[in-house]
Design a protein around this ligand. Sequence first.
Ligand code: FAD
Ligand code: NAD
Length: 154
Amino acid sequence: MDDRTFRNAMGKFATGVTVITTAVDRDVHGMTANAFMSVSLNPRLVLISIGEKAKMLEKLNQSDAFAVNILSEDQKELSMQFAGQIQKKREVTFEWLHGIPILNGALANIVCHVYSKQLAGDHTLFIGEVIDVVVGEGTPLTFFAGKYGKIANI
Ligand code: FAD
Ligand code: NAD
């Protein structure tokens, strides 16, 4: 199997889209990610997976804290911006919760302290202990077969 075939197979798993946000000395960095899952209720844990080439990796190693911002269907441009997919960048305003930056207008903001991390091939898995959440309204931005979409029947 080549890498493209692997990615094509993984792309058949439809996901939502998140932007991971963190800050080092109040300097905010964001990155689009769909490798996100809920892990445990007691304690409350979630997981994200960060590629070895991503600037986010060093930022998380320094900050030890992050937020997972689950995007709504009208936040596709933000996803593209935080994935480096568009040239025209817009200024993004962040709110702060427990000293961690979060994105306005997300379906949910999940604020975490790093609980543990594990190197896994060319990615690092970060498990976050959830210290607070904000639950918003709306319908999700989706990612399937390498394309953005939305859910038609909700
Ligand atoms: P950069 O590439 O330097 O930054 C990302 C972009 O965000 C840049 O355009 C930058 O201008 C912008 N940005 C950052 N901070 C700010 C700020 N404060 N204000 C305004 N703009 C800002 N990669 C993974 O490792 N794991 C995943 O789970 C994952 N899932 C993905 C899912 C999707 C749907 C897509 C499209 C990509 C995914 N990626 C994932 C790839 C990842 O989003 C890109 O490789 C990304 O460019 C890596 O970001 P970086 O940390 O290296 O920083
Ligand atoms: P794609 O066809 O590359 O993505 C389909 C699926 O493949 C993704 O949902 C993910 O599950 C998997 N995948 C893709 N790249 C991966 C990687 N480097 N490591 C582990 N799994 C990966 O979709 P696309 O539109 O070509 O993606 C846009 C860009 O975003 C690409 O550069 C891609 O590598 C990157 N991306 C990275 C991850 C990740 O690191 N986990 C996830 C999604 C997209």
